[in-house]
Design a protein around this ligand. Structure first.
Ligand SMILES: CC(=O)[C@@H](O)[C@H](O)COP(=O)(O)O
Ligand SMILES: NCC(=O)COP(=O)(O)O
Length: 238
């Protein structure tokens, strides 16, 4: 079964726009779980443009499903993970000023750095996933790093999907089988939506988890949050 982890970054974007507490991020996260989300993902960025570090502390004790905290492993992120001990920490190489995540890790160049970080996080009992491009050369180094899972960065797939879905998914299927051979768990995320999700799942049926936020929140403006989460779940429960 492929789990749906709902990324609530954009709920916090809306909350921050007026400086109050509407929408209430904790309430929305609990409602997402009630509506069928099998996990909640947040990405507290250093500038706190959407999810704040305090949101993470507020969410951790009340969530019932898997809590996945994404971020670049700087001092503040590492301290947060050690304090909160989420089910999963997903490491991304985003620079502080990135408008959004736009690449996976170079696990060759950063192998020693990531090996230490992953070992430190795993000591807390947290499952570690690292964001990765669908390039086979990065996968054996990822295994050496000691990560439990990799998360396929799917923006390139989503970009090409409308014009050539077979070409778009090909590299992802190849590296998914490589990850499986290496014993790496397999997540995927970024720019997945109601158009491209089902084909990805059909092409990689052994995906452990997809984390989806931006498109899902946009869809919820038209279909409602509960209906939207159910629509995404139906794309996965084939
Ligand atoms: C890692 C990833 O691809 C997304 O979860 C990313 O965290 C989205 O960040 P924004 O919501 O800031 O675009
Ligand atoms: N890891 C991907 C994620 O959490 C959400 O990405 P997006 O759906 O907001 O592009």
């Amino acid at each position: 079964m492929t789990k749906l982890s709902v990324n609530i970054n954009k709920i916090a974007t809306l909350r921050n726009a007026r400086g109050g507490n509407n929408p209430n991020v904790v309430k929305v996260a609990l409602d997402c779980e009630r509506f069928g989300a099998q996990g909640i993902t947040v990405h507290p960025r250093p500038d706190e443009r959407h999810i704040r570090y305090q949101d993470v502390l507020d969410l951790a004790p009340v969530l019932h499903t898997e809590f996945n905290i994404e971020g670049y492993p700087d001092k503040r992120y590492m301290e947060l993970i050690k304090k909160v001990k989420p089910i999963q920490a997903t490491l991304v190489p985003d620079p502080p000023d990135a408008i959004t995540s736009n690449s996976g890790w170079d696990t060759i160049t950063h192998q020693e750095f990531l090996k230490d970080i992953v070992a430190e996080l795993k000591e807390t009992g947290t499952r570690v996933s690292i964001f990765i491009n669908p390039d086979p050369k990065f996968f054996e180094p990822a295994k050496t790093i000691g990560t439990d899972r990799v998360e396929l960065y799917t923006e390139p797939y989503a970009t090409l999907y409308p014009t050539d879905k077979e070409k778009a998914v090909k590299p992802y299927v190849e590296v998914a089988h490589l990850a499986k051979e290496l014993g790496l768990g397999l997540n995927a995320g970024h720019d997945l939506d109601l158009h491209n999700l089902k084909f990805l799942k059909e092409s990689i049926p052994f995906l452990d988890e997809v984390s989806i936020g931006h498109a899902l929140v946009c869809d919820a403006l038209y279909y409602g949050l509960e209906n939207t989460i159910q629509m995404y779940r139906r794309q996965l429960d084939l």
